[in-house]
Design a protein around this ligand. Sequence first.
Ligand SMILES: CC(C)(COP(=O)(O)OP(=O)(O)OC[C@H]1O[C@@H](n2cnc3c(N)ncnc32)[C@H](O)[C@@H]1OP(=O)(O)O)[C@@H](O)C(=O)NCCC(=O)NCCS
Length: 179
Amino acid sequence: MCDLHLERPTLSRKKDAILFVEEYFMNNENAIGSGYLDKYYHEYETWLNLLTIYENERTCPKNVSPGYTFFLIKESTNKIVGITNIRTSCKNLNVYLHGGNIGYSIRPSERKKGYGKKILKLCLNKCKEMGIDNVIIVTLDDNFASRKIIESNYGKFINAIPSSEKKGHKDLRYNIILN
Ligand SMILES: CC(C)(COP(=O)(O)OP(=O)(O)OC[C@H]1O[C@@H](n2cnc3c(N)ncnc32)[C@H](O)[C@@H]1OP(=O)(O)O)[C@@H](O)C(=O)NCCC(=O)NCCS
């Protein structure tokens, strides 16, 4: 499982990034944690520029949480297998309650191989490097895979609140203290 690493998106991944996001669409999904790649995949170069704007609190628009987006790369195939967005700030109340610091997803064809657990582990290493020591992670109550991923990465349950996106469901909030 040490075959995986997080990588900042670059132009050289353009072709694979488009195939990656199209795979979600074929499965009627949006790519969670993609830092808007699922909106801008047809303008990949624009998206790369947006990422640098979003990384900096001074340049990041007010309606977006500042943070970093990374591809999860499988080294043996040199393919994108997942994506994650690490929000460096949860100052926005909606993000604090319903979004948390980390959003992630694994492409549909690569699921159930342990990559979900690994992407969160790698994200936590990044959080530590970025000086985020109290990481908030939020998942829907019916997302059993994500719950297992968070709990296996030592997520401590904080509370359950009505979901902002799925009526009748709860958002489960966890935190992970890094030291
Ligand atoms: C959630 C997601 C990241 C899981 O990725 P994954 O690579 O399949 O996860 P893993 O292989 O590491 O599996 C983690 C655990 O969940 C279980 N699992 C995986 N898919 C599952 C499913 N559909 N239903 C129930 N359990 C599932 C695995 O068996 C494993 O359990 P274990 O600890 O008992 O071995 C992936 O399904 C995904 O991208 N979903 C859409 C985006 C999303 O929900 N992101 C999380 C939002 S916070």
